[in-house]
Design a protein around this ligand. Structure first.
Ligand SMILES: NC(=O)c1ccc[n+]([C@@H]2O[C@H](COP(=O)([O-])OP(=O)(O)OC[C@H]3O[C@@H](n4cnc5c(N)ncnc54)[C@H](OP(=O)(O)O)[C@@H]3O)[C@@H](O)[C@H]2O)c1
Length: 286
């Protein structure tokens, strides 16, 4: 792969997957607070590629963003704009991690394509991601839309870990159809697009959208019964319990498949293997 001097931004969950695949990359973990910081970053490291995994996701979750508009818009819109402005001038390839959470529904069964206008604005976080996506379209930037990240290693940001924790705590879980990005596939596809010098927006999701209920049922049928009966609720009922509404949506992977010549592995077909590996990691830490 001809990514000579990649620079990864952000010290969170998604950045760790890129760092694992690109051991030669510089992993910059300091806060970038100004255009000058972004300029200095580029002049001191002279990267050929930047992967922007920095952003505000809200802690413990996106509800936090509702009451922190300035911080959220700065991290999710202004920071990417600074980066795009500097990288465009300096001829550095910029990849920005976007999100599919700007949609709601399955678009009459077709999934939302990269050309479809956002139709979900129920959270400040989602609005910030939609604004950033629109702004970055005016620059030569690769925007990769991630959706509900899943991995075979437990982590508080891994969809399966989140759902198992909700179940353990007796919290209700929403049941709606969603596209999912299996993170090793997401990283692989993003690097393939970077290697081809691509710009523009790409949905990077695995085919085989599933509901949270299906995912948990697959886990419990492999490893035994749930700790307590899980209450599955509709998105409308979940909205009554949270400060920010949550997006549930299906994205089309057609553009990505055309670009890289094949579809990512089907999630439903790989679920048994992912869950088996997940269980092995759980046993290791017990
Ligand atoms: N995880 C998901 O479910 C998901 C889904 C779709 C898209 N995404 C997108 O993927 C990207 C990465 O998400 P993630 O899950 O890895 O989030 P994360 O674990 O919260 O990591 C984001 C990182 O960005 C850092 N950051 C924030 N503002 C910064 C700034 N001004 N300069 C430098 N670093 C800054 C944060 O540092 P602090 O912790 O110090 O604030 C944090 O380390 C985000 O853009 C997110 O919107 C995530």
């Amino acid at each position: 792969m001809s990514l000579d001097r990649p620079l990864i931004l952000g010290k969170g969950y998604v950045s760790s997957f890129f760092k694992a695949k690109l051991p030669q990359a510089i992993h910059h973990q300091e806060k970038i607070r100004s255009l000058q910081d972004a300029q200095e970053l580029c002049s001191s490291f002279q990267p050929t590629h930047i992967i922007n995994c920095a952003g505000i996701t809200g802690k413990p979750n996106v509800d936090w963003c509702e009451s922190h508009a300035s911080e959220t818009y700065f991290g999710n819109v202004i920071l990417p704009l600074f980066l795009a402005s500097v990288t465009t001038k300096q001829g550095i390839h910029l990849t920005h991690v976007g999100s599919g959470c700007i949609y709601e529904g399955n678009n009459n069964g077709q999934g939302f394509s990269e050309e479809d206008a956002p139709n979900f604005s129920g959270s400040l976080y989602s609005r910030s991601k939609a604004v950033a996506e629109r702004v970055l379209q005016d620059f030569p930037v690769l925007q990769v839309r991630l959706r509900m990240p899943l991995d075979s290693v437990p982590h508080p940001r891994n969809l399966l870990t989140k759902l198992l924790n909700y179940a353990e705590q007796g919290n209700p879980i929403v049941s709606a159809l969603n596209s999912i990005s299996y993170l090793p596939d997401f990283t692989h596809a993003t690097l393939a697009l970077m290697d081809r010098g691509k710009t523009g927006i790409y949905n990077i999701v695995n085919p085989g959208a599933i509901t949270h209920e299906e995912l948990l049922n697959a886990y419990f049928s492999q490893f035994g019964l749930p700790p307590s009966p899980i209450r599955f609720i509709s998105p409308g009922d979940l909205d009554k319990l949270t400060a920010a509404r949550r997006s549930n949506c299906v994205l089309s992977d057609d553009k990505l498949a055309q670009e890289i010549g094949s579809r990512l592995p089907n999630l439903k077909e790989n679920l048994v293997q992912i869950i088996t590996e997940y269980g092995a990691h759980q046993r290791k830490v017990q």
